[in-house]
Design a protein around this ligand. Structure first.
Ligand code: PLP
Length: 368
C-alpha cells in the first residue's frame, strides 16, 4: 500500500505513540483530581500546553484543548456569532467552517462569503468591500485542504485589526507543515487538529488570544479554564504536543523533501504527456498536489488507484461520499474538461521516491 492522502490524516509519530502509552496503562488518573496519583497527568497536560504554545508563538493560557479541528472551528464561528455582528469568511473553507456559518445564519446572523482567484487566494479587495461597521469576525483558512493554497494571513489579520474585528484562521492543514507565529502574524483565534500533523485522531486545540472575552463552549466542569468542560484526554494531548514538536523540528527538511517529491511526480506525468492542470498557488502546503486530468473522472481514478494499492482522494475526505465536483474546484474555475478528473495526492514525511514513482506509473497506466 502506498499512502498518499496525508491531507486526510497522517500516520502517528512513533515518539508520540510511545509517550501516550503510559497514560493508557499505569498513569490513568483523572487530571482534575487533587490526590497525588493525578499529579503526573496534571503535569503532563501543563507541559504539553506549554510546548504547543511555544510551537506557535503563543502563551500557554491561550491554548484550549478540543476534540478535533471541527470543534475548534465551531467554537470560533459560534463565538463570532455571539458577538452579535457580522462574520466574513472565504468561499473555499472546509465544511467545518461553512456548515458552522450555515448554522449561525439559521439563527439570524449574517455571513459574507468572499470569493477567491484561480489560485485559490482570497480577493482582498472584495474582503474589504464586505466589511461594514458591524463586522465582528473574519475567518479565513490558513491553507486549503483540497489544493494547499496558503492565504495572505498577515494582510488579512491587519485588515481585521484595522476595523476592530477578530481574525480567526482554520490552520488545520498548516500547523506542523509551515512555520506559524500567532502573535507575529496578528492572529486572534486559530484552529488545529493533531491527526493532520502525525498526532492521534480525536484531539485538537484552539488558540484564543489573551484578552478576548469568551464564553464557555462546552458547559460542565472547570477544565480548560472553565471554557471547555470534559475530562482531559491526557494520552492524546501529550501525543499531540510531541507530534507537533517533532514536525516543527523537521519543518524545513520535510518541506525540501516534499517539494522535490512533488516535482518528481509531476515531471514523470509530463514525460508521459499526461494532459493535466495543477491546482492551487505557488505558495502551498508542501506535498499537497491537486491535479485535474483531462477527460477523466476523479472517482474512477481514485478506485483504480486503490486497486493498485494507492490511497489518494478526490475532494476533501469529509466529502468523499459526495461525488460531485467540490466547491473548491468550482470556486477556482478549473476548466470543465479537467474539473471532473481532479485528484488530490497529498504526500507526507514518510513517503519515498520509490512510492512517488509507483504513484506516477499507476496514474500513467490508468490514464493511458
Ligand atoms: N479544517 C480543515 C482545513 C480540514 O482539512 C479538516 C479536516 O479535513 C478540518 C478542519 C476538520 O478537522 P478534524 O478532522 O480534526 O475535525
Amino acid at each position: 500500500m502506498v499512502y498518499a492522502d496525508n491531507a486526510a490524516t497522517t500516520k502517528l509519530d512513533s515518539d508520540a505513540f510511545e509517550a501516550m502509552k503510559i497514560f493508557l496503562t499505569e498513569e490513568y488518573g483523572n487530571a482534575s483530581q487533587s490526590y497525588s496519583f493525578s499529579t503526573f497527568s496534571k503535569k503532563a497536560i501543563k507541559d504539553a500546553r506549554t510546548s504547543i504554545a511555544k510551537c506557535i508563538g503563543a502563551d500557554e493560557e491561550e491554548i484550549f484543548f478540543t476534540s478535533c479541528g471541527t470543534e475548534s472551528d465551531n467554537w470560533a464561528i459560534k463565538m463570532g456569532a455571539g458577538l452579535d455582528g457580522e462574520i466574513i469568511t472565504s468561499s473555499i473553507e472546509h465544511h467545518a467552517i461553512l456548515n458552522s456559518c450555515k448554522a449561525v445564519e439559521k439563527e439570524g446572523h449574517t455571513v459574507h462569503y468572499v470569493p477567491v482567484n484561480q489560485d485559490g487566494i482570497i480577493d482582498l479587495k472584495k474582503l474589504e468591500k464586505a466589511i461594514n461597521g458591524n463586522t465582528k469576525l473574519i475567518s479565513v483558512m490558513f491553507a486549503n485542504n483540497e489544493i494547499g493554497s496558503i492565504q495572505p494571513i498577515r494582510e488579512i489579520a491587519e485588515i481585521a485589526r484595522s476595523v476592530g474585528a477578530y481574525f480567526h484562521t482554520d490552520a488545520v492543514q498548516a500547523i506542523g507543515h509551515v512555520k506559524i507565529d500567532v502573535h507575529k502574524l496578528g492572529i486572534d483565534l486559530l484552529s488545529a487538529s493533531a491527526h493532520k500533523f502525525n498526532g492521534p485522531k480525536g484531539i485538537g486545540f484552539i488558540y484564543i488570544k489573551k484578552g478576548i472575552d469568551i464564553n464557555s463552549f462546552i458547559d460542565g466542569g472547570l477544565q480548560e479554564l472553565g471554557k471547555r468542560a470534559g475530562t482531559e484526554n491526557v494520552a492524546s494531548i501529550v501525543a499531540m504536543s510531541i507530534a507537533l514538536k517533532n514536525n516543527i523540528a523537521q519543518i524545513e527538511a520535510n518541506k525540501l523533501k516534499l517539494l522535490s517529491l512533488e516535482k518528481r511526480l509531476l515531471s514523470r506525468l509530463d514525460e508521459a504527456e499526461i494532459d493535466y492542470v495543477r491546482n492551487g498557488s505557488e505558495n502551498h502546503i508542501p506535498g499537497n498536489l491537486s491535479i485535474s486530468i483531462a477527460d477523466s473522472e476523479g472517482e474512477v481514478l481514485l478506485h483504480r488507484l486503490d486497486l493498485k494499492g494507492v490511497c489518494v482522494s478526490t475532494g476533501s475526505a469529509c466529502d468523499s461520499v459526495n461525488t460531485q465536483i467540490s466547491h473548491v474546484i468550482k470556486e477556482i474555475c478549473v476548466p470543465e474538461r479537467y474539473a471532473e478528473g481532479t485528484i488530490r495526492i497529498s504526500l507526507g514525511k514518510y513517503n519515498t521516491e520509490q512510492e512517488v514513482d509507483y504513484i506516477a506509473d499507476a496514474i500513467i497506466d490508468i490514464v493511458k
